[in-house]
Write a protein that binds this ligand. Structure first.
Ligand code: URA
Length: 230
């Protein structure tokens, strides 16, 4: 994790303020003044601002392998929610950074840090989302070209941003999109005359679903994973 990230999170400062403090020689790492905001910390160093130790507050950052038929919501009267998969003691303030449909599986991020989840999901950050899918029909060259160029979704007047498309098999596709419109992947495929039978999210930005996680399992994000999205 970068030094400026730790200080801005730990002391609730903007990155700009943090860099100013670092340049003003107010920050030390293991007792030595450090003037480089980009210094990489391995973990375990004693970082001080004006002689006061800085540590990350108790926010939680989790990745979960969302199973089928579980709702991406914190409450639902009818179905199990993803929060039901997390122990009660971790649930306080936990919310979802980028929902998935009930019939979509794969990578879901949960956090108690509202600013971080805002950065992950804000249209301005244009964070890539990678999906793998099984389709009802093979994709024609024309369909692939449309997906890559951007398609007009039903009921909208602005085409989707260009997507990266990789053909994985006869009816299998990998799609990388940077927007997060409502049911976007299914609507994009519908717009080109196809249909998504199964949808699975593999990655958000550089954070990939950990293959060690069975459906319904979760783990804490590493500091690098948190930093890469925040
Ligand atoms: N696009 C969809 O259509 N559904 C999802 O769950 C995620 C992206």
């Amino acid at each position: 994790m970068r030094l400026d990230y730790l200080i801005s999170k730990g002391k609730n400062l903007s990155r700009k303020e943090t860099r100013r403090f670092i340049l003003a020689e107010r920050v030390s790492v293991d007792g030595q003044t450090c003037k480089k905001a980009a210094t990489q910390l391995a973990g375990g160093e004693v970082v001080c601002l004006d002689g006061e130790p800085v540590s990350l507050p108790g926010d939680r950052y989790l990745m979960l392998n969302k199973p089928l038929d579980v709702v991406s919501a914190t409450r639902d009267d009818e179905h199990a929610t993803v929060l039901d998969l997390v122990p009660r003691e971790l649930r306080r303030d936990l919310h979802i950074a980028g929902r998935l449909d009930r019939d979509t599986t794969g990578l879901l991020l949960l956090t108690s840090d509202g600013q971080w989840s805002h950065r992950v999901t804000s249209p301005r950050s244009q964070c890539d989302k990678t999906y793998r899918m099984e389709l009802a029909e093979p994709c024609t060259a024309a369909m692939l070209a449309q997906l890559r160029a951007g398609v007009l979704l039903k009921g909208e007047n602005k085409p989707t941003a260009p997507a990266q498309v990789e053909v994985l098999g006869d009816r299998q596709l990998r799609l990388v999109i940077s927007e997060g419109r409502y049911h976007q992947v299914k609507r994009m495929l519908a717009a080109v005359g196809n249909h998504v039978n199964n949808l699975h999210r593999e990655a958000i930005g550089a954070v990939h679903l950990d293959p060690a996680l069975a459906p319904g399992e979760f783990r804490a994000l590493t500091l690098d994973e948190i930093d890469s999205l925040g």
